[in-house]
Design a protein around this ligand. Structure first.
Ligand SMILES: N[C@H](CCC[C@H](N)C(=O)O)C(=O)O
Length: 333
């Protein structure tokens, strides 16, 4: 299971999987060499659209002294992220299947998180529930400095827009969630503009931010689209959906602590804990393909073989279609 890798300058052969959670796509690599500087460059190469269609990031799975495994998250631009909700479901599936157990613990940069296989939320397709925490609204944890404010919850930020209400929270990666009118969902132009500006200028968020636009669908459902730091638009961002579900509940946009979150890649459920200090993110973790690749001494990556998981992809298409239809039928304007 663990890949044997060697240092720079030597050719190495590795087994990779390409997987997705709600259409958020990742290459997954088991390695003990997780601190290797090569992974940063490899993430950029693997995720580029010119290589095998691209992906949103690279997930490294390695052994852990305190949990079943450790997850390291590298964004498509090679930057490291503290957390990744959809990625955590993918790592959960990998570890549960390899240990043949129904629950496990995964070490992430800040905390160890509980993951489990759970009751399906669509047809009988496998669903995984992963804990998302710690959650904090404190601006110093984002980090963000904004006048004398300690938090920004449902607040207008005139530097961004004169009427959209935004909330800022870390789960623990940084998120800015805006409750937007339908026209900002229908067109992606404005979100792309501010997502790019906020992450390029870094004047408000020195470490960048994941920007989500949220719109209510019904009493238990919201739609969320995210422009990710280090990536750009993604089909779905698990931590952003968890953050948005919490904001939606606290702002009374939804009635229950079990929130269905539709995204451009499908849907998930976010179950908020009673104290609202954590969220269980529930959704798919599907295989797209398995690959054998070589990394040459000049660091070019070549595919030796590739097997596409047609069945899992077809199954997920139905999940995605169902989410699309739900939005079409129920938009609350
Ligand atoms: N771009 C994010 C990391 C990926 C998170 C995401 N894909 C998720 O599912 O939570 C960041 O830099 O914080």
């Amino acid at each position: 299971m663990i890949n044997e890798t060697s240092g720079r300058g030597k050719t190495m052969k590795i087994s990779l999987k390409k997987m997705h959670g709600s259409g958020n796509t990742f290459y997954v690599l088991w390695t003990e060499d997780f601190a290797h500087s090569l992974w940063h460059e490899m993430a950029i190469k693997l995720c580029s659209t010119s290589w095998d269609g691209g992906a949103d990031g690279l997930l490294l799975i390695s052994s852990s002294a305190s949990a079943d495994v450790k997850m390291t998250v590298i964004n498509a631009d090679g930057s490291y992220a503290k957390m990744c909700g959809n990625g955590l479901r993918i790592v959960a599936r990998e570890v549960l299947e390899s240990l043949d157990v129904l629950q496990a613990s995964i070490e992430t940069e800040e905390v160890t998180l509980h993951v489990k296989k759970t009751t399906p939320i669509f047809e009988q397709q496998d669903a995984f529930a992963v804990e998302i925490k710690p959650i904090t609204f404190s601006l110093s944890d984002i980090p963000m400095t904004y006048g004398n404010n300690d938090t920004l919850i449902n607040s207008i930020i005139p530097e961004i827009h004169d009427s959209i209400h935004f909330s800022v929270l870390a789960v623990p990666n940084p998120h800015l969630v805006g409750l937007v009118p339908i026209q900002y969902i229908e067109s992606r132009v404005f979100q792309e503009k501010i997502g790019t500006q906020l992450n390029e200028s870094r004047s408000l968020f020195p470490e960048g931010v994941n920007l989500s636009f949220m719109h209510p669908v019904d009493e238990m459902t919201i739609f969320v689209r995210t422009f990710e730091r280090g990536v750009g638009f993604t089909n779905a961002c698990g931590t952003a959906m968890s953050a948005s579900a919490l904001v939606a509940y606290q702002s009374k946009l939804v009635e229950s602590t079990k929130v269905r979150v539709i995204n451009p890649g499908g849907f998930v459920e976010c179950h908020l804990s009673e104290d609202q200090q954590s969220v269980f993110l529930i959704g798919n973790a599907s295989l797209i393909e398995t690959l054998e690749v070589t990394i040459g001494s000049d660091e070019t990556i070549s595919i030796l073989s590739k097997t596409i998981a047609h069945d899992e992809m077809d199954d997920y298409e139905r999940w995605k279609d169902y989410a699309e239809n739900m939005v079409k039928q129920k938009w609350r304007k």
